[in-house]
Write a protein that binds this ligand. Structure first.
Ligand SMILES: [Zn+2]
Length: 332
């Protein structure tokens, strides 16, 4: 057990909130999960978080010196407001102030993917590496960029949206409103659309896939693709090759742009697909420029779904120690 000051950490998503107490070594000491009642409005969601957090702190005797929150949404440059969080239906919500007022502790608010990247950097697969990219493949594709020992925030605190890289001009409509994004072909929802389209146009070839979805082509999801590939279904393998191709093409762009040492893949979709990392590494090394492709390693994220709470806690402790303007890893 750590006697150093710990952080209270919050991973706020559209369906659930994870609240944890995390020590400076990145160990989760205790945690609790609550449902996010988005329908009740922002104020009530905050009330639920505060009661959960207060109960968690009262049940344990850890010394809490800072609060970190990773939010599934865009955070203002000053780190005070959640500007837009579609899954929470929040717009311009002063989340930092709400937390600080009641908890009387300094709070650090980050985008959740940025928090997860921070977590992987300090305590996960990116440890001691000053140049890497994180790609989290879940329903969509989230990205985080660490370059030259800095987590890249961008001018308006919105950098890292790698999933919305244009892959095909005039292609499939994406959740962002644009067409042909990487996410629309290699994110969980994009893979599901591809499967449904394939099942509709080639029902006979897709018979094994459709059977995995209980005979309902409309119920096809990304995990059915990985199941069918594992069973060596040739049609599924064909579709899987296209997914790998799309993902690799996106990664070639990122690798040529940022020259990372590591490409860290996280998220259920990425880690559930057989040999995905190996295949992407092979493709990217083939197509990226020699100087950027040859040193590249594609590796799995190691913190799983704890990355956001661990990262938000680390950012909060860093911010409490060095000041909020200094969110840097000084040793990197
Ligand atoms: Zn998009």
């Amino acid at each position: 057990m750590s006697n150093d000051g710990c952080a209270l950490s919050i991973d706020l998503g559209g369906t659930k909130v994870e609240i944890a107490i995390v020590d400076p070594q990145g160990t989760i000491l205790t945690h609790e999960r609550l449902p996010t009642h988005v329908e009740n409005g922002a104020e009530r969601v905050v009330e639920d978080i505060l009661s959960g957090a207060t109960a968690l702190m009262q049940r344990s005797s850890y010394k809490i010196i800072a609060v970190g929150a990773g939010v599934a949404g865009q955070i203002s440059s000053n780190g005070k407001e959640v500007l837009f969080a579609p899954n929470l239906k929040w717009r311009n919500f002063p989340f930092k102030e709400k937390l600080e007022k009641r908890l009387s502790l300094p709070c650090t608010i980050l985008n959740d993917v940025r928090a997860a990247t921070w977590g992987e950097w300090l305590h996960g697969a990116g440890k001691n590496c000053s140049d890497f990219l994180c790609l989290f493949l879940g329903t969509g594709i989230g990205g985080g960029i660490v370059a030259g020992g800095h987590l890249i925030n961008g001018f308006s605190n919105a950098a890292g949206e790698l999933g919305h890289t244009t892959l095909r001009e005039g292609g499939r409509l994406c959740s962002c409103g644009h067409r042909g994004c990487l996410e629309a072909y290699a994110g969980g929802w994009g893979i599901a659309v591809t499967l449904k389209e394939a099942a509709t146009s080639s029902p006979k070839k897709a018979a094994a896939l459709i059977a995995l979805a209980g005979g309902d082509a409309k119920a096809l999801k990304a995990e059915h693709l990985s199941e069918a590939v594992k069973k060596n279904d040739p049609f599924a393998q064909e579709i899987y090759s296209q997914v790998i191709k799309s993902l690799s093409n996106g990664c070639v762009t990122f690798v040529n742009a940022f020259n990372p040492k590591l490409l860290i893949f996280g998220g259920g979709v990425a880690l559930g697909m057989p040999m995905l990392l190996e295949k992407v590494q092979e493709e990217v090394k083939k197509s990226a420029l020699g100087a950027t492709g040859s040193p590249l390693q594609v590796i799995p994220a190691t913190l799983g779904n704890t990355a956001v709470v661990i990262g938000a806690a680390a950012a909060a402790l860093q911010s409490a120690t060095f000041g909020s303007d200094s969110l840097r890893v000084h040793s990197a």
